[in-house]
Write a protein that binds this ligand. Structure first.
Ligand SMILES: Nc1ncnc2c1ncn2[C@@H]1O[C@H](COP(=O)(O)OP(=O)(O)OP(=O)(O)O)[C@@H](O)[C@H]1O
Ligand SMILES: [Mg+2]
Length: 237
């Protein structure tokens, strides 16, 4: 098998004295859309922060295309190819949609320039129609799309989306889901944290379920769909 795009191996992660992740293993292959599922407080965001270098694992490692990146500063991990969209989806509110995108423009680690403003506007036509608008005036769903687009502007190898559906109206959640499916169809490698399993079933290719900071299940998403023992025990359904 080829080298995974993203690997977390045996990660123990702490906030101060309290251990949050226990020997966590997670693998995302190139082109997969991996759903990281788990209840409120299970450790999804902490896993993302560990990958992004904000809360480095005390033991274990994070590898990107086989290269160990854990232990590096967050900006270096970002440069190595991780595009991270945190839970709080912050935009620069006083700046235009286009400026929010331009500040994030950067080639990938091997010089890739696939994601340009032109391509972003093709894939996110809604943003094209608002390019001069202040980002602070966008709706929550539009801001979520902008933060995803902004992460892509850095031409990352893997895109980390932390609960992109959270707090959005059902119709907007559907639009975000459609967008992630489009990215998946384009071959983007995605790690998607979600409490909402139903949102993921139609979007993800694979699922990893965490509970109390440990992986309790991993499978192709079709298999999770039929596994009521897992969904009832570990996911709010
Ligand atoms: N900065 C922090 N300091 C101490 N404990 C924290 C901190 N952030 C999170 N925790 C704790 O770590 C555990 C995992 O939290 P985390 O945010 O990773 O969960 P989550 O799966 O993302 O949940 P949610 O679905 O609510 O976003 C929780 O028990 C939480 O209270
Ligand atoms: Mg979270």
């Amino acid at each position: 098998m080829s080298t995974p795009m993203l690997e977390v191996r045996g990660a123990d992660v702490y906030y101060g004295a309290s251990q949050i992740l226990f020997n966590l293993d997670l693998t995302v292959e190139k082109g997969q859309t991996m759903a990281l599922l788990g209840r409120n407080g299970a450790g999804k965001s902490t896993t993302f922060k560990a990958i992004a270098g904000l809360v480095p694992p005390r033991r274990g490692e994070v590898r990107l295309s086989g290269e160990t990146v854990s232990g590096r500063a967050p900006y270096r991990i970002a440069r190595a190819g991780i595009g991270y969209v945190p839970e709080d989806r912050q935009v620069f509110p006083e700046h235009s949609v286009e400026d929010n995108l331009i500040v994030a423009m950067k080639r990938g680690r091997r010089g890739e320039a696939y994601w340009t403003l032109t391509r972003i506007y093709e894939v996110f036509p809604i943003l094209a129609g608002m390019r001069t608008r202040h980002a602070g005036r966008l709706s929550g769903g539009e801001q979520q799309m902008l933060t995803i687009a902004r992460a892509l502007m850095g031409n990352p190898d893997v895109l980390l989306l932390d609960e992109p559906s959270e707090g959005l109206a059902p119709i907007i959640v559907q639009a975000i889901g459609g967008l992630i499916r489009t990215l998946r169809g384009m071959g983007v490698t995605i790690l998607l944290a979600e409490q909402n399993m139903h949102f993921c079933l139609d979007i993800a290719t694979h699922a990893t379920v965490v509970d109390k900071g440990q992986v309790v299940y991993r499978a192709p998403v079709a298999e999770l769909r039929g596994n009521t023992a897992i969904t009832q025990r570990y996911l709010a359904v």
